[in-house]
Ligand binder design. Structure first.
Ligand SMILES: C[S@@+](CC[C@H](N)C(=O)[O-])C[C@H]1O[C@@H](n2cnc3c(N)ncnc32)[C@H](O)[C@@H]1O
Length: 321
């Protein structure tokens, strides 16, 4: 995928990030070689979108907005629909809105007021989804915002958004897992949002995050927690809120002790919020039969998931290396 290699070379034209570029290129190229029957459809959509004139990107809260002159926006939206489901966003493309399942702006509001400025910083966004937050990080003035996300569709969604944008934006998404990243302590802020509970080995994830952090870097963890006063870990049997691969959901006290055991410093909980159906909602952009939070909760008691566990509550913890 040439577009991808060009992006990478432009993005990594920087002495620090150069240290990891070769390995990243190798891994990313391999990732795009997989046998996935959707790739021709996704690639065709990107090629069509890429042929339209580019536009300026700005923030029209909650949307990342792109404004292109002389573009048939309906035709564009038709191409973007080929990349359904859009979990993360939302975006505004000219006069049209792409209402993703998650209103990501809500999470970004909770987080951004507590973190060190991203201006001129090297930022790593681990498990970045389609890069909505990576783009928000770039729009806050970071020098480079690198998202890593193994799920291929999300990489195509990012590519679709990025190929509508005129000027080079300092954001890139690569199909790489954290554990496969070359370990170099070069990032000033590292984000792991919505990822920790998907890890079989949460302590390995924490130490891999640490390995990417510059000496005075900040770590931002956003993850599911259970509101229990004592040391506690919920290990769901089967699914949690219909999600597969949820391995462990700690109490806040347990989460803090994990970070402490992983040798992070200055650990502080800055937010705890129950997920609402305003933040995670059913929209047309997840597909006609797409399910969302309202389907994952007990219909008679929304304090419980459909499996009978405490309903999703998320904490934001910030700490230093
Ligand atoms: C729930 S989504 C969160 C997306 C986004 N960060 C957010 O906060 O909305 C978790 C993402 O992490 C990715 N992920 C899971 N394990 C990962 C790993 N080891 N390295 C990188 N990404 C990972 C998944 O593919 C998934 O897209």
């Amino acid at each position: 995928m040439n577009l991808f290699i060009d992006d990478l070379l432009i993005f990594f034209d920087d002495s620090l990030l150069n240290k990891i570029s070769k390995k990243c290129l190798e891994i990313s190229n391999q990732a795009f070689q997989v046998n996935n029957g959707n790739i021709p459809k996704w690639s065709q959509a990107i090629d069509t979108i890429d042929a339209f004139p580019k536009g300026k990107v700005s923030l029209k809260q909650p949307y990342i907005s792109i404004n292109q002159d002389g573009v048939d926006s309906e035709a564009l939206m038709t191409e973007l629909r080929k990349l359904i489901p859009w979990r993360k966003g939302p975006f505004m493309i000219n006069d049209f809105v792409l209402e993703s399942e998650w209103n990501g702006d809500t999470k970004w509001q909770r987080i951004s007021k507590h973190i060190k400025s991203l201006k001129n910083k090297h930022v790593l966004d681990v498990g970045a989804g389609n890069g909505y937050f990576t783009l928000r990080m770039a729009m806050e003035g970071s020098k480079r915002a690198l998202g890593i996300e193994p799920f291929l569709l999300f990489n195509y969604q990012f590519r679709a958004i990025k190929s509508m944008i005129e000027s080079p934006l300092n954001a890139l998404l690569l199909p790489i897992k954290l554990e496969d990243m070359p370990k170099k302590p070069i990032f000033d802020t590292v984000f792991s949002m919505g990822v920790l509970y998907h890890q079989r080995d949460h302590m390995a994830h924490l130490s891999q995050l640490q390995e990417m952090m510059a000496p005075d870097a900040e770590l931002v963890i956003e993850t599911l927690v259970v509101e229990k006063p004592e040391d506690y870990i919920l290990v769901p049997k089967g699914r949690y809120a219909k999600m597969r691969n949820v391995y462990s959901i700690p109490s806040i006290k347990t989460l803090k002790s994990w970070l402490n055991d992983a040798n992070f410093n200055n650990i502080r909980v800055v937010d705890v919020s129950k997920t609402t159906t305003a933040e995670q909602r059913k929209t047309l952009w997840i597909g006609e039969n797409g399910a969302s939070l309202e389907d994952f909760l007990d219909p008679l008691d929304d304090s419980l998931t459909i499996e009978g566990y405490p309903a999703p509550t998320r904490a934001i913890i910030i700490c230093d290396r």
